[in-house]
Design a protein around this ligand. Sequence first.
Ligand code: IMP
Ligand code: MG
Length: 176
Amino acid sequence: MKHALQEVISQRSLEERIAQLAGQISRDYADGDLVLVAVLSGAFVFAADLCRSLSIDCTIDFVRVSSYGSNTSSSGAIRLVQAPSLDLAGRDVLVVEDIVDTGMTLQWLINYFHEQSAASVRLCVLIDKKERRQVPLEADYAGFTLDHGFLVGYGLDFAERYRNLPSIYTLQDAAS
Ligand code: IMP
Ligand code: MG
């Protein structure tokens, strides 16, 4: 099926905003031991651009969780599919995620990283979708705040499609 896509965040806006976030993170972690932990698959593009804009040293790891029963709505049941490979004990973990929606995925991950004895755990999300939040959760760093719509591109998918698009689009005719 072919979907109608409408651009909501351009490549240029993404670049500019990510440079600002990276500047802020570089200042905040200047004296820290920063580990970026990107949540696969959606955050892989964001994490790649963010880490290359930092002016401080960092290490990078990945985690994969499964949270969605269907394509566009959260099941609430989170399962760890791929654990990070680094020992995170005593490290400053910055979770890099594409979208916070209901908040369940990130809430689960915050608890998980605390259980791994991280020295600190903060959240960096590209997009904060506030409309469907079910747990009170605020990102420490948020690129863009949007109220509604299902987004694709720049790492975000609909049924694994569109991750490779360089901008972010709304999908006009997806069920939500
Ligand atoms: P939640 O905060 O636990 O509901 O889940 C957030 C996850 O749902 C993100 O990591 C995304 O993978 C996915 N997600 C939420 N909204 C969208 C969207 O608009 N497009 C693509 N994925 C989304
Ligand atoms: Mg995701």
